[in-house]
Ligand binder design. Structure first.
Ligand code: ASP
Length: 290
């Protein structure tokens, strides 16, 4: 029996420390880590745990995924998500999806219900309708500025993510985002790109990334962390080394979470903050930070 573990994050975005938004984001991370841990403790799979955790983060109005997603230049919500199974390397992803409350679950349905791995835009919308996936109105996704979840506008989003290891030693990763604020319509960042926004391989690690998608995708950041673990680094050392590499090679700000195949946790960032929470072990206690 392996040690179970889950780590979640609420984005390496433009946080103002001490703001209402970061308090609400941190509380959502705590709730997400505990919910994912409960799934693992009950014998659930790493995939179920990360999907459950990301649902809670997608529901949080202070985080840039599902409800609370940033708007593009046309005032629309276009969301991206990726889920990956470290046991089989199966994955599912969606990009530029609209009017869906839980994009991570649609990504999972792409993985399980199609012969493809990645659906975008109108094709992803058509697939959602074809399988009777629940749709929502754009109003349900947009958070009113009266709710006071706005920190100083920054270039980054507050993408959410989760990585987990289940009792059988299987790893999984899930990432969901509304992308960057005021983006061009059709812009897709790193989040749904396998290897960039996330990666999971039982042989090495499960990883989730957040930050400047345009930089992250240039160095395929999440897969880099897995490769560094394969070279012998711990999850923590690999996250730190990957961020140094991003800085030196292309510049850019990001955050990373990881669990390696031994169940060790890694959490690193070079941004001002990244709310996170994790639980390791059957009877592990919640730990968190920003
Ligand atoms: N990586 C996301 C994107 O570029 C944004 C973020 O993580 O803050 O879409």
């Amino acid at each position: 029996m392996n040690n179970i573990a889950i780590v979640v994050h609420g984005g390496a975005g433009a946080w103002e420390l001490g703001s209402k938004r970061i308090r609400v984001g941190r509380a959502a991370c705590d709730a997400a880590a505990l919910a994912g841990h409960a799934v693992l403790k009950a014998g659930g799979s790493a995939l179920d745990a990360v999907e459950t955790a990301v649902h809670i983060l997608e529901d949080c109005p202070a985080l840039d995924a599902g409800r609370g997603s940033y708007l593009n230049k046309l005032g629309q919500v276009e969301m991206d998500a990726l889920i990956m199974d470290g046991r089989t390397l199966n994955l599912g992803a969606v990009a530029s999806i609209q009017r869906v409350r839980y994009p991570i679950s649609l990504a999972r349905r792409v993985m399980t219900d199609t012969e493809h791995t990645f659906l975008v835009g109108p094709g992803a919308d058509a697939f959602a309708d074809q399988i009777g996936f629940p749709r929502c109105t754009i109003e349900e996704l947009i958070v009113s500025s009266d709710d006071d979840y706005e920190d100083a506008p920054g270039p980054l989003g507050d993408t959410v993510g989760a990585v987990a290891m289940d009792a059988e030693g299987n790893l999984a990763s899930a990432t969901s985002t509304g992308g960057t604020r005021n983006k061009m319509p059709g812009r897709v960042g790193d989040s749904p790109l396998v290897g960039s926004g996330g990666y999971a391989d039982n042989w090495t690690a499960a990883v989730g990334a957040t930050g400047q998608g345009e930089s992250i995708m240039k160095v395929v950041l999440s897969k880099r962390v897995c490769d560094l673990v394969s070279d012998g680094l711990s999850a923590q050392a690999a996250c730190e080394a990957a961020i140094r590499l991003l800085e030196e090679r292309v510049g850019g700000e990001c955050g990373l979470i990881a669990i390696d195949s031994q169940g060790n946790v890694g959490i690193a960032r070079n941004t001002r903050a990244m709310p996170y929470a994790f639980v390791v072990g059957m009877d592990g206690k919640l730990k968190n930070g920003q």
